[in-house]
Design a protein around this ligand. Sequence first.
Ligand code: ADP
Length: 500
Amino acid sequence: MATTTAPTFTLHKNVTSFLKTPRKMLIGGEWVDSVSGKTFETFNPATGEVLGRVAEGDRADIDQAVKAARKAFESGPWPEMSPSQRGRLIWKLADLLEHNLDELAELETLDNGKPLFFSRMVDVPSTADLFRYMAGWASKIEGNTIPLSARGGQYFAYSLREPIGVVGQIIPWNFPLMMAAWKLGPALAVGCTLVLKPAEQTPLSALRLGELAIEAGFPPGVINIVPGFGETAGAALAAHPDVDKIAFTGSTEVGKLILQAASGNLKKVSLELGGKSPNIVFQDAELKTAIPGSANAIFFNQGQCCTAGSRLFVHKTIFDEVVEGVGKAARKLRVGPGLDPNTNLGPLVSQEQLDRVCGYLESGIKDGAKAIVGGQKGAGSGYFVEPTVLVDVKPEMKVYREEIFGPVVTAVPFSDPEEVLPSANSTVYGLAAAVWTRDISKAHRLANGLRAGTVWVNCYDVFDAAAPFGGFKMSGIGRELGEYALELYTEVKTVYVNLG
Ligand code: ADP
């Protein structure tokens, strides 16, 4: 792989001014400092240098934000608003996102590290798209009329779908803006109010989103944004007795903590967690799409995707060809700062993540795996790691079993579908899977047999605001996106009316 050099890039003037002053938190429609007065630094992963300062929320700030969200849920303009008015506000927010695309994309790349091309082409547009999709749902949240058998038609029954109330939302750093939209979109569409806690590594785009939400006209307290650390602000939100529902995206380890914290008031919980997704290439696959597709499956977003195709299974007759092809794609990737237009693979998000991924690389090599490409930390002061393909991998190795969350794929040969399916399913995770084959029956058989929330056939990482997404097994609870997402944020109420 080649490396690119630090570019001379002139930042959008709004980005420069946004980074100049410490960012405050959004509570009750006001930008405020933290109660403690504390702030924390966010870093540029391409250089390791401080990028900006952000107010550090903790229990007291979460408490104020929850109070503001409760007030906005129960009184004032939000509960009075018609579904169509809510939809229009969400749509307006999507327009503003698009209007500010350049600035938001730069902010996302600076804070997260991802190549600017992807921030511009994927992160910001799909965030706007998600809001538009959910804006449409605002006026289509329906209950049912229910035919009763009891009491000879004496009663009439119907159901209502009501907003669940005050929602806490905790998001990760890999797609900061998009994850905020996945959480905010459906909650706002159904009429909830919320407290969002962005990841401490990447708080900036969510805070800018907060400014745009105010500009769009969301009433005070409907959207509250409290940046801070997981163990303090995040834990306080998950445990808060006046939060009706907590929605979390992040690691499976923290997902378990959220579930425990939520038990105090039995708040509703939805979790979108880790993965170790199998990507299966059969001998009858069209290799000119399967090889680049398999490379993208792992290297997109520096491998920091919960869906990353990190376990590549290849039929033994084409193993060398496919693995060499993926290796060649890895060698071609230009690793460098996200702002450099020549970069295809940016830095990892943080020093901690770099140490973690390098630890996995060391453990894999020590256990006997071989890197046909990569295997090392990248050059420079940023958090760079080489895209890596590991072979000679055994099922008991940590690199094969655990989620690495970096650009590291293990490649394993197989002989027949009956052998590969149990291997593919042999993981605690069940988020996503892919099959590459021209045999339509085999594709459907595998799609049925794979224990995963999403199965891609002859493609990878296709997402749409309309298609449900979430995990089997330890990859999560509930489904985001699509109509299913509305269920996460509504309660069903049954009403019986005596006709007598
Ligand atoms: P990663 O390990 O990849 O950084 P995490 O699951 O730790 O992912 O983080 C995802 C989100 O969860 C972040 O917003 C983080 O601040 C938050 N978080 C981390 N620990 C906790 C916790 N104990 N309680 C609530 N939120 C947490």
